[in-house]
Write a protein that binds this ligand. Sequence first.
Ligand code: PLP
Length: 427
Amino acid sequence: MTGPLSQKLFATAKGLIPGGVNSPVRAFRNVGGEPFFVRRAKGCRIEDVDGKKYIDYIGSWGPNILGHAPTVVTNTIHEVAKDGVSFGIPNPFEVEMARVITEWVPSVEKVRMCSSGTEATMSAIRLARGFTKRDYIVKFDGCYHGHSDSLLVAAGSGALTHGEPDSAGVPAAFAEKTIVLPYNDSEALEKIFAAQGEQIAAIIVESYPANAGLVFPKPGYLDLLSSITKKYGALLIFDEVMTGFRLGKAGVQGIENLTPDLSCFGKVIGGGLPVGAFGGRADVMDMLAPIGPVYQAGTLSGNPLAMAAGLAQLKELGKISGFPRLEELGAHFEKGLRSVMDAKGVPYRLNRTGSMFCLFFTDREIVNVNDVMKQDLEMFKKFFWGCLDKGVYTAPSPYETGFLSLAHTEADLDETLEVFEQVLATI
Ligand SMILES: *Cc1c(COP(=O)(O)O)cnc(C)c1O
């Protein structure tokens, strides 16, 4: 149960905003309840409007890798805002942001900034289609790439290879151009490319799928994506909106030693402000307006405040100890969580890399979204509400990944593990 002020705000919100929220997962419908409203947040802790405090494992769904309201970012925002918050004319921060991204991510030779992850993937898809002069794209079941029409597509039923709209309002004619395949299934991929590889503009994939649990590629799977796109003249688009600048300077592509043609970024890159980016091969990127025929634009793209906030966050993170420290915290948390779960004796799977983790109440091997959906959802709900009650905020949906930040300490993690232990004892 949330407090009386949260309840009152949500009741008002429901009359004014569809479902009371500006993004669906915030409504807590996956756990059957109502959201709390936040008053303030600092470090790894959030305080709601009723004054209740929580240790946070969401970090605004990914952006807040330094924790909430890090001084390096808030000071930068204060300073930069004094000189103007938007110009619609080039500013030096955009150039510096492009320099940092291209330096950190070797596959990105040129980059274009936008205002969300959705815009980044939508634009990368258009660019891939414009560059290859082909219409079809391949995506994977359970991978989320934002909410543009071409990407809100679900697997077709039965023998159909083309996708079906995954939302009302997406024309079937659009969805038909998106082929949806099961993730981690090399055979399905080879089959579709053998049949119509010459018509496929691009594969788009979440570098590590993290919007339907956290799923890892089987050995060799990412290499296959890379080689098969090369073979057929299609492009490989890595959606690193969640993993980019979280799992290392060069994201998953750095870890897996891969060179996608295009990459998409968001979340961490904006320091909590609305930022997205897509970039990659210079010959592909130069197809964009104003020098090429593929149109893409944005009134607030490269916004000085957002660029400066993002740069402040990236530079802090890039300091010698940032990513190793996140891995150290992740490993500590994983070890503790495993011993709590082992002691409880219920079936579970735990996927973790660096500061990203996902606990599944199942004994199935997690290969793709089908396995994620088969977990014990009742157990998940009880666990979620039990933790929230005791001041630990984990994802209000079994399909979301948890995040640690540099503001978490071993003491915070141990406090959390104790809560987990207490909650598990009651369910
Ligand atoms: C969050 C996310 C997006 C969409 O980004 P928005 O900023 O919410 O539009 C796209 N792809 C992935 C992998 C994401 O995690």
